[in-house]
Design a protein around this ligand. Structure first.
Ligand code: GDP
Length: 657
């Protein structure tokens, strides 16, 4: 190739190119006219790389330098921990490390990684760089990362406030399933929730307050089933005190230990309620013995752990338990600022058919008032209704008070922080910045689980989960992910609130998905569409029934082998049309035959690049159901539009045996 041709392609002059080539590592002589064709792609690649580097340097030069004076000072050597997910934005990483962004970019560049401050680096890269700089890196999954960032945000907001006013303790009840958490919450509240529940499992979280010795105590009514672990650890983050319920006839069980680890992680003051002491076989000392074995020595045995024997059923030991809670609250000196704009955490949210988004908030600082303008993450709102846990309208809510609010523009995520903004200008500014990047939970398209790279032998059961309360859908998803049937996997492709819709059925049809409805009613029209489209919709009211059913289905798919039955092969000769999810192509059948409804493997250099579906087939401009070897065919292909002339399409039928 001529030097001038290449220079034109690179949009520079020939002399500029000749001048630059040595620095890119190509010595072709300052007066060369031709370049070896084999070198051309290498020069182009090197050129692009160097351009990127220059752009990067330019960007770097525009970054504001703060703390520049210590630019060359040795980096402090305390191995500070930072927590990173699969990937992290360079700017965020710098913030986590409390490190100037420009300098971090410089460090990345030294390692040959050219990224701008808004680009992401993967976990491994981030780890290498951070460790070089004396940090210890811990990998966290995205959900936990989100929880941690919410927690940090809350801590930062609360830190700014005075903590002079005594506040009511917020208590969370934890423990193994069936050890009596609901019954205890019930005994404390003096109502009977248990009998109204389907299957003995609390399905919705909530909160309530009781008053003892003229002092209020707030209880988070977190559900007890294993399925609700996500919410339980959330409870751990917003509560001040935990009650660990252990059944005296059953002792410490797996979820008891799990709860203890949450309590210890959150450094929550706690007490142990040894429950069911009325039951035959109850052995209080045995529970204390088991606690002692894991270094939780009961106070009356000379340790520090407060234990209280109770019977939630007979309501014995309950007032003593409440006294103990007040004692722990006093020792912990629980305080909050009860003046000024409110800060709180969303513990429950759902869409009410007539009222729109409704949320339960636990106020944690300040006073929440009617008419307050607020933000919950990116969701804005104005308090239109404020109700206490009994459904009574109230004008204000102080710290540790759970309240139901109306006036949200959208449904907020559970665990998200509510912040009241009293300054109108601040509020408006925030409205502007949050517009367009609303990351609040939306009822559709919430896709989880990334693609199963390299997991070819895993059969995936796709599900759409619809439920009446957002918390349930989240909890179900977590519980589903725990079902372990070898070589199978559940993938929730969408989760949402409310009825199963026609839209759900249509997306289920396209993705071979089962729809699971939890605590929602069947809709006849939707069911009719589902029958027509051959889509299965399952309805449940009890979570373990749902889990059992899905587990059985996984076992069933596992016993079936997926077989790709070869039908024929076509050489692609022409591309007629290309859309974002399909193409119309022409070609010749070179082997076997192709027939309607077949699936298509797209082969490039004998490697399968993607799998699509045959949508329609033509031969000699007529719609046909089959085209045999030796004939030309036109076809509509649905899938990744990556087919090029010269590719081979392999047609097959997918069968299960
Ligand atoms: P959770 O799963 O921890 O919320 O447990 P529940 O509160 O649903 O209780 C599980 C079962 O134990 C229910 O049948 C309760 O009636 C029963 N139960 C709870 N507390 C007591 C108690 O103090 N004594 C007896 N005999 N049964 C209890």
């Amino acid at each position: 190739m001529n030097v001038s041709t290449l220079a034109r392609q690179l949009k520079i002059t020939s002399s500029e190119l000749l001048e630059k080539l040595p620095s890119l590592g190509f010595a072709i002589g300052a007066r060369a006219i031709k370049i070896d064709d084999k070198l051309v792609p290498k020069i182009m690649a090197a050129w692009k790389k160097s351009e990127k580097k220059e752009a990067f340097k330019k960007e770097l030069s525009q970054v504001e330098e703060r703390g520049k004076e210590d630019k060359d000072a040795p980096i402090k050597k305390e191995a500070k921990e930072i927590k990173i997910g699969e990937t992290i934005v360079v700017k965020d990483m710098a913030e986590l490390m409390k490190f100037p962004v420009a300098r971090l970019m410089g460090e990345l560049m030294k390692n040959g990684i050219m990224v701008s401050l808004n680009e992401r680096v993967d976990f491994d890269t981030a780890t290498i760089i951070a460790e070089d700089l004396g940090f210890k890196v811990i990998k966290i999954d995205e959900d936990i990362k989100e929880e941690i960032s919410k927690k940090e945000k809350l801590e930062a907001l609360l830190k700014k406030r005075d903590t002079k006013d005594i506040k009511a303790p917020v208590v969370v009840v934890m423990g193994h399933v069936d050890h009596g958490k609901t019954k205890l919450l019930d005994a404390i509240r003096q109502t009977n929730v248990v009998d109204q529940e389907a299957g003995g499992i609390t399905q919705h979280i909530g909160a309530y307050q009781v008053v003892t010795h003229n002092r209020p105590i707030t209880f988070l009514d977190t559900p007890g089933h294993e399925a609700f672990k996500a919410m339980r650890s959330r409870g751990g983050q917003i509560a001040d005190i935990a009650i660990l319920v252990v059944a005296a006839d059953d002792g410490l069980q797996p979820q008891t230990l799990e709860s203890i680890s949450v309590i210890q992680k959150e450094k929550l003051p706690f007490l142990v309620a040894i429950n069911k002491i009325d039951k035959e076989g109850a052995d209080i000392d045995k529970v204390k013995q088991q606690l002692a074995e894991i270094n939780l020595m009961s106070e009356d045995w000379g340790g520090t752990v407060i234990t209280q024997a109770i019977s939630a059923k007979q309501k014995t030991g309950i007032s003593e338990l409440l006294d103990m809670i007040l004692l722990i609250a006093d020792m912990a000196e629980l305080k909050a600022d009860d003046q000024g704009p409110a800060v709180g955490t969303i513990i429950e949210s759902h869409v009410d058919k007539s009222a729109g988004p409704v949320a339960t908030v636990l106020v944690q600082a300040g006073t929440l008032k009617m008419g307050d303008m607020f933000f919950v993450g990116h969701v804005s709102g104005k308090i239109k209704t404020l109700e206490d846990w009994k459904g009574m309208s109230i004008a204000t809510a102080k710290p540790a008070t759970p309240v139901r609010i109306l006036g949200l523009k959208e449904l907020p995520a559970i665990g998200e922080i509510l912040e009241v903004l009293t300054d109108k200008k601040d509020f408006k500014d925030r409205l502007k910045t949050s517009a367009g990047k609303n990351k609040s939970w939306r009822p559709t398209n919430t896709s989880t689980n990334s693609d199963e790279n390299g997991e070819e032998n895993i059969s995936v059961l796709n599900l759409i989960v619809k439920s009446d309360v957002l918390g349930s859908a989240e909890a179900i998803e977590e519980a589903l992910s725990k079902i372990k049937v070898p070589e199978t996997k559940v993938k929730v492709i969408k989760k949402g609130l409310g009825q199963v819709t026609e839209d759900d059925v249509l997306s289920a049809e396209a993705t071979q998905t089962i729809i699971v409805g939890f605590h929602i009613k069947e809709n006849k029209n939707v069911q009719a569409l589902a029958n027509e489209k051959n889509v299965t919709i399952l309805y449940f009211d009890i979570i373990y029934k749902l889990l059992e059913d899905i587990e059985q289905r996984l076992k069933n798919i596992k016993s079936k082998k997926t077989i790709h039955k070869f039908l024929g092969r076509l050489e692609v000769l022409a591309i007629f049309k290309k859309n974002k999810d399909g193409m119309i192509i022409g070609g010749k059948v070179v082997e076997g035959k192709i027939s309607k409804n077949a699936k298509i493997k797209v082969l490039k250099n004998n490697e399968v690049e993607t799998i699509g579906q045959l949508a329609s087939l033509q031969s000699a401009r007529e719609n046909v159901s089959e085209v045999a070897q030796g004939n030309e065919a036109g076809l509509e292909y649905k899938g990744d539009p990556i087919i090029e002339i010269g590719d081979t399409l392999e047609f097959f039928e997918e069968i299960y045996e």
